[in-house]
Design a protein around this ligand. Structure first.
Ligand code: F6R
Length: 608
């Protein structure tokens, strides 16, 4: 949710922190701040609003030092004001703290500190951490170890201490923190995008780790203060991938990166002849797989939509009954989990709190646990026994696009792997694998739709306050995803619905000019969908259809058709979502919205 960066080294720290925060701004952007270690005091700058406000402050009130911490916030406790921005300090200004997550015993800690006479300056739970640290004794690391048992909840914290100007201490329980190892400098950040331009050598901290970071050394301790070893990993993402590369927005760049992202994901899992998948039983033993009877897919948001598509794919290809759950619901119901269930946490970030909790629950219940994830080394990655990495590369735009389409592809590959372990492999597999390899080309064609059509589509949607997105079968989740994309970045209300359900309620919304977007490719349910659209037209509503191949009867019912190429029906969702992503993008641009950082949203939802 929030973005954290800490640095100790030889360079002036303010530009380093601002640069890191710029790369992390997608995680939260309602206020920002930094603490800079001066010779005998900690310099603090904070500003409400976007990072550029902090940049201006840093220009007018220059701070100097070679160590410090920075933060960009997505508010939980307290409004996004300057007083609530991070860093927060203790009463004496001894320590400064930046924090991502939620301290759950906030009320009791706040009461305790107030009763002890502490005059709290903000509404944040973060200030409580700073005040607790300020009241401890010893070095910063000792103070951190001292307060750990007092903190309940999910947190990633980086702290600095006035009398140790060359140390930054990071600790986590829940939200991620990664330490980057440089030459004569070391860093810590919420995610690797903030570090990539300085180093590719990183350690992902585990829950309970306390990292004492100095320019020339990093010590990692467990909560009892014992030193622990963590593997240093070398990342293969390169820094250019987190730049806009000439595109106006990250989201647009990422939409156009989909052919490559899909190609890389497919190729990563094909065998040497490229005729089958090479997933080696998904990493489970033959014995574990022999008892497999059911699949549960758990996720949130856009990733949940990928799971809805995955259900069609897995059931059709493997015959395994597949359930899809919102992770936030799964974790609080009593799903029937056991050794005969494969639970797959689908998450681009690998850090979504609800998805992780659902996965933990599955593991405790004895299920086979897998993840489809876009972030190697993330929490879901480390939790799961079986891991499929979507090869989307860093996704900076808050509205997910290439991470989604690569999840769809990964779920098809996973279904093919399950077919192979269940001895079901036949000509279907060879055909699907060939289709998967042609898919990037089809996505390229979908990206090449005449811009004029988007202009007309944008006009239809941008002038309305509500719209309805309809689809049937495997494309019904794509209607949900199209509506979500529009809502997220245009702030216009849109509802996705299975087309057959329209007349059971939403039809009451229809009137002259009301926009209805239909995902309507050729296939078993197209005639039915055309029937639904006739009902729409009869009420004067306007129809925009995504269609493959020959528009068939659609041209009689649609005011506008966005054509996409025809591909294998199980892959059609990948192609059909592309015009809906672009449509949402163009509407948001037309309305003058901040496409990459839409209001109230954050890229990685690390709180429940
Ligand atoms: C929407 C979007 C979100 C995420 C959701 C889950 O564009 O990106 O709905 O899909 O917050 O995030 P991950 O996939 O990281 O678990």
């Amino acid at each position: 949710m929030c973005g954290i960066i800490g640095y100790v080294g030889a360079d002036e720290v303010v530009p380093v922190l601002l640069d890191g925060l710029r790369r992390l701004e997608y995680r939260g952007y309602d206020s920002a701040g930094m603490a800079v270690m001066g010779a005998d005091e900690i310099g603090i700058l904070r500003a409400a609003g976007k990072l550029k406000n902090l940049e201006q402050k840093a220009y007018h009130e220059p701070l100097h030092g070679t160590a410090g911490v920075g933060h960009t916030r997505w508010a939980t406790h307290g409004a996004p004001t300057e007083a609530n921005a991070h860093p927060q300090t203790d009463a004496e200004g001894l320590v400064a703290v930046v924090h991502n997550g939620i301290v759950e015993n906030y009320v009791s800690l706040r009461k305790e500190l107030q009763e002890a006479g502490v005059d709290l300056q903000s509404d944040t739970d973060t200030e409580l951490i700073a005040q607790l640290l300020g009241r401890e004794k010893g070095t910063l690391t000792e103070r951190v170890l001292g307060i750990l048992p007092r903190l309940e909840g999910q947190y990633a914290v980086v702290a600095v201490y006035r009398t140790e100007p060359d140390v930054v201490v990071a600790f986590r329980n829940g939200p991620p923190l990664v330490v980057g190892f440089g030459e004569g400098e070391n860093m810590v950040a919420s995610d690797i995008t903030a570090l990539l331009h300085r180093t590719r050598r990183v350690v992902f901290l585990e829950n309970g780790d306390v990292a004492e970071v100095r320019a020339d050394s990093v010590r990692i301790l467990d909560p009892s203060g014992l030193e622990v070893e963590r593997p240093v990993e070398t990342l293969d993402w390169d820094a250019a991938r987190v730049e806009k590369g000439g595109y106006r927005h990250f989201m647009l760049k990422e939409i156009f990166e989909q052919p490559d992202a899909i190609r890389n994901t497919v190729l990563a899992y094909l065998d040497a002849e490229r005729r089958g998948v090479n997933l080696d039983g998904l990493g489970f033993s033959a014995e574990e797989l022999s008892g497999l009877r059911r699949v549960h897919l758990v996720a949130c948001g856009t990733s949940w939509h990928a799971c809805l598509v995955g259900k069609f794919v897995i059931e059709e290809l493997t015959g395994l009954p597949t359930e899809v759950d919102y992770a936030s619901e799964y974790r609080y119901r009593q799903p029937l989990i056991g050794g005969d269930v494969l639970v797959v946490g689908v998450t681009q970030s690998g850090e979504t709190a609800d998805t992780l909790a659902a996965m933990e629950m599955a593991r405790e219940g004895g299920a086979l646990l897998a993840t489809v994830c876009n972030s190697r080394g993330s929490s879901s990655w480390r939790l799961a026994t079986s891991r499929m990495l979507t090869q989307a590369g860093p996704e900076i735009g808050v509205a997910s696009t290439k991470a989604f389409t690569t999840q769809l592809v990964a779920l098809v590959l996973m279904a093919l792997a399950l077919r192979s372990v269940r001895g079901l492999t036949d000509a279907t597999d060879v055909e699907l694998v060939a289709e998967l390899q042609r898919l990037p080309l089809a996505v390229e064609q979908a990206l090449a739709i005449d811009p004029e059509l988007y202009r007309d589509g944008t006009e239809m949607l941008a002038d309305a306050t509500d719209s309805l997105y309809l689809g049937r079968g495997i494309l019904y989740p794509i209607a949900l995803e199209g509506a979500l994309k529009l809502k997220e970045i245009s702030y216009l209300h849109a509802e996705g619905y299975p087309a057959g359900e329209m007349k059971h309620g939403p039809i009451a919304l229809l009137q002259e000019g009301f926009p209805v977007v239909a995902v309507a490719p050729e296939g078993a349910t197209r005639e039915k969908l055309i029937g639904n659209l006739m009902e729409v037209r009869a009420r004067g509503a306007a129809v925009l259809a995504v269609s493959d191949g020959d528009a068939g009867g659609l041209d009689h019912v649609a005011d506008l058709v966005l054509p996409v190429p025809r591909v294998h029906p199980l892959l059609q969702p990948v192609v059909a979502v592309v015009p809906l992503q672009l449509l949402a993008y163009h509407v948001a641009v037309e309305l003058g919205n901040d496409v990459d950082q839409p209001r109230n949203l954050a890229k990685s939802v690390t709180v429940e």
